[in-house]
Each structure stands twice: as C-alpha cells, then as structure tokens.
Ligand binder design. Structure first.
Ligand code: PGA
Length: 255
C-alpha cells in the first residue's frame, strides 16, 4: 500500500490557548472554510475546558475532536487528571499523547506515553503518538536513536490492529514554535526511518498503512511540499492552527 491509500490527516494542536468563546469562534470560522474539503481528516485539539463546546460546534461537520492529553486510569483519586472514558464521553475521536512539551515540562516518559496509548485504545480513542529529537540530539547524530527509543517505548505491546488505530506524529523539537521547519528531505528521512522500524517490529503491510504526520512550524507556505514527501501523511499544526484561515489553507494544501 502506498501513500495514495493513506488518508491525509491534519490536526490543530491549540495548546494552552483560547477561552471557550474564542475557541467556538475559531471553530465556527474553520468549519465553514473547510466544508468542501473531503479526502482529508481534519482535527482540532482544544483545551479540556473547551472540548464540550467545540464538540457541539463540529457536530455533523467534517471536523473531528481531539484532546491534548489523557490519564491512563479510568477514574479514582488522581486529582487534576482526565481519563479516556471522559474524553470519549465528551465526543473526542483522537487524543494527542507524548507531545514534546509534555515530555519537557511535565515529566512525560516513554513508559507513561505507552500507558496512555493503551488506555486510549482500550476506550476506542485514537492516539496521536508524538516522537521527536531535540536540537542537541540532531547535532550529535543521535536523531535515529531517539526516534527508535520513542517509537519502541511508546508503542510497546500494541497489537498490529491497535497500531493501525494510532497515528504517529514526528515533531523535531527544534522546529516546534521556532519558525524553523524541517526541510521536506529531513522530514522524509525520519518518516521513512519510522516506517522501517514498524516494518521490523510488525510487517511491511502494517508499516505501509499507518499514518505519520509531520509537526513543527507547519504553515500554509510549506504544507504542500512537506505533504508531497512519500512518507508524510499529514501535519500536526500548532501556531498556524490558531487562525482559521491559515489552518484551512494548510488543510487545502495537503490534499
Ligand atoms: P508549531 O507547533 O506548529 O507551533 O511549531 C507544532 C506542535 O507542537 O504540535
């Protein structure tokens, strides 16, 4: 199965931005701009507090809902956490797991990523599993090792079917929020490495079916050339997803 068989997937990670009314306004504008965009999966990931309101706005539209994180227990004495059944209940289809900001500032590890991925899958939530090297890793020639580590740790013990319900997002940390995008060739190189790791761990068939997004300063101007790479199936967009027009342009440039 080649690139043509993998449905492009563009997700907007809003991070810690937008009140409920701002989030509703942004989503309402986005929804009307992408009405005719078929053949691409479009996802927005608001903060937890805006999920219910955005779920209402996108009902019966081609925009899907994601959360930015999840806890692995279903319920209990875990103050401040939100569980997979709760995200499902509020209408999420996807959840971002292991974003580099969570690894960097909130102590996320490959082990916690793996626990969260399993919890999400067991409640029919599709995980977007983030992996990516720091600038120092790249400069020291450790990119491949870091990616292998994040991939094998994050997907440990998943069945082939579970893996195929997941999405991988390759986000070089040095490209996130910096305006410094990986070149299409740099993105392609790591995406193809990820596919090779999945071929070795599962099979060629599984590796060729899973979707791998690129993230890190994706903008309307660079989306098409990134998406033109044979192993790039979509984008995880931060800053440029906070404006309906620029996010819609990225969606259109990805088809
Ligand atoms: P950015 O963020 O597009 O602002 O670089 C991407 C991300 O962190 O998912």
């Amino acid at each position: 199965m080649g690139r043509a068989m993998r449905r492009p997937i563009i997700a907007g990670n809003w991070k810690l931005n937008n009140t409920i009314s701002e989030a509703v306004a942004l989503t309402t504008a986005l929804k009307s701009l992408v009405t005719h965009c078929t053949g691409v999966e479009i996802i927005v990931a608001p903060t937890f507090t805006a999920l219910a309101a955005i779920g209402d706005v996108i009902k019966d539209s081609n925009v899907l809902l994601a959360a930015q994180d999840v806890y692995w227990e279903d319920s209990g004495a875990f103050t401040g956490e939100v569980s997979a059944p709760m995200l499902k209940d509020v209408g999420c289809d996807y959840v971002i797991i292991g974003h580099s900001e969570r690894r960097q500032y909130f102590g996320e590890t490959n082990e916690s990523v793996n626990q969260k991925v399993k919890a999400a899958l067991s409640h029919d939530l599709k995980p977007i599993i983030c992996v990516g090297e720091q600038l120092e890793d790249r400069e020291r020639g450790r990119t491949d090792t870091v990616i292998e580590n994040h991939i094998t740790g994050g997907i440990a013990d998943l069945s082939a079917a579970e893996l195929l319900s997941s999405v991988i997002a390759y986000e070089p940390v040095w490209a996130i929020g910096t305006g410094k995008t990986a070149t299409p060739a740099q993105a392609q190189e790591v995406h193809s490495l990820i596919r090779k790791l999945l071929t070795d761990a599962y099979s060629d068939e599984v590796a060729s079916q899973i979707r791998i997004q690129y993230g890190g300063s994706v903008k309307p101007e660079n989306a098409a050339e990134l998406m033109a790479q044979p192993d790039v199936d979509g984008a995880l967009v931060g800053g440029a997803s906070l404006q309906a027009e620029s996010f819609a342009e990225i969606v259109k440039n990805s088809i």
